[in-house]
Design a protein around this ligand. Sequence first.
Ligand SMILES: [Zn+2]
Length: 142
Amino acid sequence: MELAVQFHFSAAHRLPRHPGRCHRMHGHSYKLQVLVEGSPDSDTGMVVDFYDIEESVGPVVRELNGTCLNDRLENPTAEAIVVWLWQQIRPELAVLSELRLWETDSCFVTYRGEPVAEKVTTPGAPGPHPSTAPPGASPSDE
Ligand SMILES: [Zn+2]
């Protein structure tokens, strides 16, 4: 069984590595859906109290609201923001199973805590050698 709670926050960002419109400072009204998964407790009848989700996630969302995301993340794409949110929320909410972050009404990213390999783009240098990949990342040639 899955339960979800939605949160909203507004924040500014610019994408320094993006050549298009998002290179310049601008704002978004983000929507975050927090999904938890489990079976209802035989005693309480709940997977988790909705109030507990609000208690775990609310402070994180309020911390971002009205801020410039570049103060926190060098390249605050929706992908980077949702990973950051996961890292903040997961320790507080063990039953967390998925985050979905809308940057606009029609664009969202879904993250379930899978490892994200940092793509190293050094001009003129070949890609990272498999032996230098971070722990948990599997070489792409397997
Ligand atoms: Zn943007």
